[in-house]
Design a protein around this ligand. Structure first.
Ligand SMILES: [Zn+2]
Length: 403
């Protein structure tokens, strides 16, 4: 019975009641709709399949060679309340396990952003960059655990020089800064992103030609109550620690403005503001920042879900800032928690499809249910000239490499 038919049937019953020609008890059984499931369907079990009949273009290889500016092949082994501690590293995959997929997917180079510090950095460089200098680059990180020492500012600037000599090609800032790092490292008030103790570090990166890949803040919905109005409810429900709502966290806007003050104070330092400037939901604001700060570049990692659901706005953004957008995925070699990030053939095929085709309404991640929100995306169909810039030319310029 369809909706209209069922309503007419019920209306008919109402008439029968009104006229008293039928008693309530005698119609109890027919009122139980036979198609109604026994239990309400849980949101987590809901996997609607699109009934759209649309052409699908499979893009197995990118049209031009790729520099993936945003990957994590190693991580600091120890941490305290979200702050990396010490020099020991963990490696997420052996280098030989990565190369066949890179060749298959036309990935010329992967940049391992989380290369760590000190001896850990040396080791990370030895494992990836040294044997394959054409295929892997490494970024270093700040010594977070020393940030509350009086001599930190100079120490950190010197460490950037040392890391550069050891082979590091840039600096990575995790969202540790702004959301986890505290005056007592893992306790006390949060350290501000634009705290002057980091000024020497930003400046040194600029003078050595080391770009800073900076992740500040998170999706806007992560700063709102995790309730029925939150568009990323399922994701936050699966990862409650990703919510920055309440407690002593600054707002998303405050974090982004503090980052902007850093960009403004260090105009000779090139910043790659990851995850589409960390506000892919608000491209007018990201555009405004791009206008204000010529040293700002953005990267796409884990945000094609946002860009692809606003394809007309995104396309204009790509056209306007085609010289300052870099290809990145935020890939990690293994895992199941964040399918939008796992280093797989499918992941790269989705990125390529998004950038190269005008396909409509497809998944932004290889997953049973869209992991960052229940929507699908539309391809941008970018022209060759823009694709080439985004796939490798812009990154090559910042990293001083030729692809
Ligand atoms: Zn990342």
């Amino acid at each position: 019975m369809d909706g209209v038919g069922r309503r007419r049937w019920l209306e008919g019953l109402g008439t029968l009641f009104a006229t008293g020609r039928i008693s309530a008890t005698s119609i109890t059984a027919p009122l139980v709709a036979p198609e109604r499931p026994k239990k309400p369907l849980q949101l987590r079990d809901f996997e609607p399949r699109s009934m759209l009949h649309l052409p699908e273009k499979k893009v197995s290889r990118s049209r031009y060679p790729v520099i993936d500016i945003h990957t994590h092949l190693s991580v600091t082994a120890n941490s305290a309340n979200g702050v990396g501690i010490g020099e020991a590293m963990e490696y997420l995959a052996p280098v030989e396990a990565l190369l066949p997929r890179m060749d298959r997917k036309n990935i010329r180079m992967m940049v391992n952003l989380t290369g760590g510090v000190g001896k850990g950095l040396d080791e990370a460089i030895r494992k990836f960059q040294q044997p394959y200098p054409e295929r892997f680059l490494t970024f270093t990180e700040p010594w977070w655990e020393r940030t509350n020492r009086p001599s930190y500012s100079q120490f950190q600037a010197d460490e950037i020089v040392r890391a550069h000599q050891a082979g590091a090609r840039g600096l990575k800032i995790l969202k540790t800064l702004g959301l986890y790092l505290r005056e007592g490292i893992s306790q006390g008030p949060l350290v501000r992103i634009d705290d002057p103790r980091f000024d020497a570090m930003w400046e040194t990166c600029g003078s050595l030609g080391m770009p800073v890949a900076i992740h500040v803040s998170d999706p806007e919905a992560f700063f709102l109550p995790v309730d029925r109005f939150n568009e990323r409810f399922e994701e936050l429900n699966n990862h409650p620690d990703w919510s920055f709502y309440g407690r002593d966290f600054p707002s998303n806007a405050e974090l982004l403005e503090a980052r902007n003050r850093v960009l403004g104070r260090h105009p000779k330092t090139q910043f790659i503001v990851l995850h589409v400037g960390n506000d892919a939901e608000n491209l007018p604001y990201v555009s405004e920042c791009m206008e204000r700060f010529p040293n700002m570049h953005v990267e796409l990692g884990a945000r094609i879900g946002e860009l692809g659901r606003q394809p007309r706005m995104a396309r204009k953004f790509f056209e306007k800032y085609q010289d300052r957008i870099l290809f990145g995925t935020d890939a990690v070699p293994n895992g199941t928690d964040t399918p939008q990030q796992v280093f797989s053939d499918e992941l790269y095929e989705i990125y390529y499809r998004f950038l190269e085709t005008d396909d409509e309404y497809f998944d932004y991640a290889p997953a049973r249910v869209p992991p960052q929100g229940r929507w699908r995306i539309y391809g941008l169909g970018l022209p060759d000239g823009i694709l080439k810039k985004i796939y490798h030319e812009n990154a090559g310029r910042l990293l001083h490499v030729q692809v």
